[in-house]
Design a protein around this ligand. Structure first.
Ligand SMILES: [Zn+2]
Length: 250
């Protein structure tokens, strides 16, 4: 749908060369869309959300983060809600104690690479190093294998998804994001979350909500806006069922 719009928007008024150029641009546009659009499946299937409109998977990327993760765990525990955390391997190496806290609370711990690069543009060797490194760090902390993987920025190409699957992992994308990868106030995060949940309910699918309890630049990022937004979301939507992504992995 988006690619069609893009192609139409780029269609030249005259000239075979211009037409060929537009076709090339349309193909390039399709490839960029397949690599970056969170819901595109052209480069291989990813787990997003089933047709269960009253379910929400809270997913938290870029941790663990001593400045936000412990507080977030308290908020989730109070509401008795299970979530999914996609962790950056180099932070796992620095704070394995936080990783153990997340897992001990019953949440899912997934792989978000070692150093958070744009994997779509990396060599296969680098992709493998990033995925293997992060899984090793998590397994050293928890003593159990890693089942779920999320590509940084959602950026992938077929080789990225293939390597993740070869390692026994399921690639997970999202269908709602709250733009909280940098410090953001709770109100705007909550509004984006609510709009996304309502839109997904209207189209009959669950919500896979992308949030951030950490920041890719380093440990200590301020994400209290995110924590506060989650606290409010759990209060405002008692009729939603909050699940881990493993509930959707048949
Ligand atoms: Zn990330």
């Amino acid at each position: 749908m988006r690619t069609g719009t893009l192609a139409a928007g780029l269609m030249p008024t005259a000239g075979v060369a211009a037409l060929a150029g537009a076709a090339g641009l349309a193909i390039a546009g399709t490839l960029v869309w397949a690599a970056l659009s969170p819901e595109a499946q052209l480069f291989g299937s990813t787990l997003i959300a089933p047709r269960r409109p009253d379910e929400v998977a809270l997913t938290f990327d870029d941790g663990p983060n001593p400045a936000a993760t412990p507080r977030l765990l308290e908020v989730l525990a109070r509401a008795n809600v299970r979530a999914t955390f996609f962790l950056i391997g180099e932070f796992v190496r620095q704070r394995p104690d936080l990783v153990r806290q997340i897992a001990a609370a019953g949440h899912i711990v997934g792989n978000h690479t070692m150093t958070h690069p744009w994997l779509a543009w990396q060599s296969e060797r680098r992709v493998r190093e990033e995925l293997v490194g992060a899984s090793a760090a998590i397994e050293d902390a928890l003593g159990q294998p890693v089942r779920y993987f999320r590509a940084p920025h959602g950026a992938r190409r077929p080789a990225v998804l293939r390597i993740a699957r070869e390692m026994g992992m399921v690639p997970v994308q999202w269908n709602v994001m709250c733009m909280d990868w940098k410090e953001t106030e709770a109100g705007s995060i909550l509004r984006r979350a609510e709009l996304g949940v309502e839109r997904n309910r209207a189209r009959g699918v669950a919500t896979n909500l992308l949030l951030h309890d950490g920041g890719e630049q380093g440990l200590g990022a301020s994400r209290m806006g995110t924590v506060e937004a989650v606290e409010q979301l759990l209060v405002y939507y008692p009729d939603l069922r909050f699940v881990g992504v493993d509930d959707w992995d048949d």
